[in-house]
Design a binder for this molecule. Structure first.
Ligand code: PRP
Length: 206
């Protein structure tokens, strides 16, 4: 039996549909149901619907053998997991953005508003710039607009939110997309099963 943690929501449902189309369907599965665990009758697979940010937790602790998570979630969690495949969905970019007239005052720490404090800290450590993190939970773009931060570290997908708030990208940190991840212990105990699932899923990626 392979235990799979899927992120609740549209992305998770899309991945479930892909898995179902390659032989990992569950007759118990009902779209929109509030049930959190589904098992197929044949004992081949079970699914858990979890909060997207929690997928690496279930995988790291071994409750799930594999899971589906955005690269942003994986990097922010710091979880030591294997990334088996890039599912090519949920593509966007982790960026540093600021007001168009932003000028970096190197005489003081840069104030960075973000939902991703670890990613921001790692990035600025890498470029040798001291920062103060302002942790926000959403509407990150308000940071520079209201003057509580100099820059933001956030996801940019279409760029509309930046544009409509008169902000611009000043640095691209990394490409983000949805990944199939696997726990290290699971990969040593169930490698053959997991490799088969991974190959089948790859076959569905357009
Ligand atoms: C995300 C992200 C940006 C926006 C980027 O926010 O934090 O604000 O999407 O998308 P765009 O480039 O297509 O405009 P989300 O919609 O998750 O809302 P949030 O402000 O609550 O984080």
């Amino acid at each position: 039996m392979i235990n799979i943690a899927l992120p609740k929501g549209r992305l998770g449902e899309k991945v479930y549909a892909m898995l179902a189309s390659c032989g990992y369907g569950c007759e118990q599965y009902e779209k929109g149901s509030r049930k959190l665990v589904f098992r197929d009758g044949g004992g081949k697979v079970s699914y858990f619907w979890v909060k997207p940010a929690d997928v690496p937790v279930y995988v790291t602790l071994g409750a799930a053998d594999v899971g589906v998570a955005g690269k942003d979630v994986i990097d922010e969690s710091g979880a030591e997991v294997y990334e088996l495949s890039d599912l090519g969905m949920g593509k966007c970019c982790m960026c540093v953005a600021a007001k168009k007239d932003f000028k970096d005052d190197k005489s003081r720490p840069l104030r960075v508003a973000t939902k991703f404090p670890k990613i921001a800290a790692d990035y600025f450590l890498g470029v040798g710039r001291k920062i103060d993190i302002i942790k926000l939970n959403g509407s990150i773009e308000l940071g520079p607009v209201l003057g509580i931060s100099d820059v933001i570290v956030d996801i940019v997908e279409t760029g509309t939110t930046l544009k409509e708030n008169d902000l611009t990208i000043i640095e691209r940190i990394s490409d983000i997309s949805c990944r199939l991840i696997c726990g290290k212990a699971a990969y040593s105990f169930k490698r053959a099963e997991i490799d088969v699932l991974n190959e089948k899923l790859r076959g569905c990626i357009k």
